[in-house]
Design a protein around this ligand. Structure first.
Ligand SMILES: Cc1cc2nc3c(=O)[nH]c(=O)nc-3n(C[C@H](O)[C@H](O)[C@H](O)COP(=O)(O)OP(=O)(O)OC[C@H]3O[C@@H](n4cnc5c(N)ncnc54)[C@H](O)[C@@H]3O)c2cc1C
Length: 426
């Protein structure tokens, strides 16, 4: 349903301009409970307003961190300093074999949450899980004990409206921790601005480094391999190892279907939402502790995995120190510059600026801070085509889009086969 013409601008302005992060902040603030989330034809997760309930207050747009993007460019940090502050950095892993074996990299996110529970610093944590389903999707999950964390482990490369699970925060008791991508942490920062007392109860912000997520079309592409209930493991470090992890589908009977990792990389080229390309906060600037993969660092465990941890605040530093004292983790200090280099931050910032130029060229609105800086001249045919293709997906039925993605991946597989064949002949 369309908004009445006289309405104040709302969050539909954000979705219409391909700016939505899918963080969920808008739905938490909507007193009329008029906002729900729906998967779009291009596989994004967008807020949808029920205008029969909406009271046109506009708060959903006011709190949107994807539009009012918290002065990331350039006022606060300056263009050259989107690395943020790092008090201390570590490389390491959990020494709990169960947590480690089930983790994405070194299991340090889950070990940190377990520590917060065991030290009674939190009563619950907001994380993500993926249930078995024919087309599985990650969903927000509130957990109340370390044992429940098991189901939340690993990285889900799909949109999650995480903050929508805070709708009933008033009824929740005690302090919370939250694990989030930079967009989720931005959303939380925005909510704290609106109501410090309520949302300030999320005392521990555990962030993930983020190279962008994938539209649900990628999940649908993987899920075509089976018609029965399964979970998607987007990077399974046991098949064959951490460094070369393939995508796997885990069936209820224990069977594992393997999808070669290059297909995930190809999908990344097509199905990374433009909003992720426009985001320059790869390093999760506003979290207390940030976790990621150890790319670019010397001496990490290439077979079984390690995590990097960056403490950004005094709170984060205290947790890191306490974790070391528990003896449940193995951590060694590493240099932040090496982490930044390994994460190719400079490339990411360039991408964000180029993407902003394309947005401007095609007449899409930009987040506040990007709209006030000088952007590079658009010389970017490839990026423009990439964004155009993604935006066109929105106009077509989901099934047609999946057929198109299948065709693109098939042609890439043939190209790969021919290249391998030719290189063997040489
Ligand atoms: C979309 C995405 C992009 C990423 N990009 C990068 C990158 O470019 N570079 C890099 O170094 N690291 C990246 N990471 C982080 C990395 O994949 C690992 O999550 C990190 O190393 C922590 O691993 P762990 O073994 O300590 O976590 P685990 O113990 O396995 O726990 C994982 C935690 O992440 C949470 N989580 C998983 N998926 C999501 C999600 N979609 N939204 C919010 N929370 C989630 C889970 O709830 C769980 O608490 C990314 C993660 C995601 C989800």
């Amino acid at each position: 349903m369309k908004p009445p013409a006289s309405n104040k601008k709302d969050v539909s302005f954000v979705t219409q301009n391909s700016l939505c992060y899918s963080c969920g902040a808008c739905s938490v603030c909507c007193a009329a409970e008029a906002i729900s989330f729906k998967v779009t034809n291009s596989g994004l997760l967008h807020p949808v307003i029920d205008y029969k309930l909406c009271n046109s207050c506009g708060i959903c747009l006011d709190v949107c961190p994807a539009y009012h993007d918290l002065e990331i460019f350039p006022d606060k940090y300056g263009l050259d300093n989107l690395a943020g502050q790092a008090l201390c950095c570590f490389l390491g892993r959990s020494l709990d074999e169960k947590i480690f074996a089930n983790s994405q990299s070194g299991g340090l996110v889950t070990e940190t949450l377990s520590f917060l529970f065991e030290s009674r610093l939190i009563t619950s944590a907001l994380v993500v899980k993926m249930d078995y389903a024919v087309t599985p999707k990650p969903e927000p999950l509130r957990v109340y004990s370390p044992e429940e964390l098991f189901q939340s482990q690993k990285s889900f490369y799909a949109p999650v409206a995480l903050l929508s699970a805070l709708k009933d925060i008033e009824k929740m008791e005690g302090n919370l921790a939250m694990v989030g991508l930079p967009c989720h942490i931005h959303g939380l920062k925005s909510l704290v601005k609106v109501n410090q007392k309520l949302f300030g109860r999320i005392k521990y912000k555990l962030g993930l480094l983020c190279g962008g997520t994938l539209s649900f079309l990628a999940s649908n592409y993987f899920s075509q391999r089976t018609k029965i209930k399964h979970r998607i493991i987007y990077r399974n470090k046991k098949y064959p190892n951490f460094e070369q992890a393939h995508v796997t589908l885990q069936l209820l009977n224990g069977q594992i279907l393997v999808i070669p990792r290059e297909q995930r990389f190809w999908l990344k080229e097509i199905l990374t939402p433009p909003r992720c390309l426009l985001c320059a906060d790869k390093m999760n600037l506003y979290a207390d502790l940030v976790f990621g993969d150890p790319w670019g660092l010397p001496n990490y465990d290439q077979l079984n995995g390690d995590s990097v941890v960056i403490s950004r605040t005094e709170t984060g530093q205290k947790i890191a120190n306490s974790l070391v004292r528990t003896g449940k983790v193995r951590l060694q200090k590493v240099n932040y510059d090496e982490i930044i280099k390994g994460q190719e931050l400079a490339k990411r910032i360039k991408m964000a600026l180029s993407c902003a130029s394309v947005y401007k060229e095609i007449g899409l609105a930009l987040p506040d801070s990007l709209s006030t800086i000088t952007l590079p001249e658009p010389e970017l045919t490839a990026l423009r085509e990439r964004i155009d293709l993604f935006l066109r997906l929105q106009e077509r039925p989901l099934e047609d889009n999946l057929r198109l993605i299948n065709r693109i991946i098939l042609s890439k597989r043939w190209k790969q086969k021919i290249t391998t064949f030719v290189s063997r002949l040489r």
